[in-house]
Design a binder for this molecule. Structure first.
Ligand SMILES: [Zn+2]
Length: 114
């Protein structure tokens, strides 16, 4: 389960806004960072980092930033104790088994870089 702090970090890694709402006119809310305006009770949701799409977005960003090999190596190190032996098993474990865990790995990887 990712903490809000981890989700914020991943959101910012993607170059997206971790919205912070303040009341605006007509009952709307406005993000203090990016000025996005939304209706009361209809906040656009932040990424949950529980979906394949969220994990793949992180993968694409890591490739774009030329950090993919680092992440892959980190993920391989993290799954060592899980009993996975082959490269194929590792790829299935990382991409198909549990996107939230995969996003969590990405968050841990970012934390390790600090
Ligand atoms: Zn925002």
């Amino acid at each position: 389960m990712l903490s809000d702090e981890q989700k914020k970090k991943l959101t910012e890694y993607l170059g997206e806004c971790w919205h912070k709402w303040e009341p605006a006119s007509n009952g709307n809310y406005k993000c203090v960072h990016c000025s996005y305006v939304t209706f009361r009770d209809f906040y656009p949701s932040q990424r949950t980092f529980t979906t394949d799409a969220d994990f793949l977005a992180l993968c694409r960003k890591a490739v774009e930033k030329d950090e993919w090999a680092e992440f892959w190596e980190f993920a391989e190190r993290k799954e060592l104790c899980s009993g996975i032996v082959t490269y194929n098993e590792f790829a299935v474990w990382l991409f198909l088994d549990n996107p939230e865990r995969a996003c969590c790995l990405a968050a841990m990887w970012l934390e390790e870089q600090e």
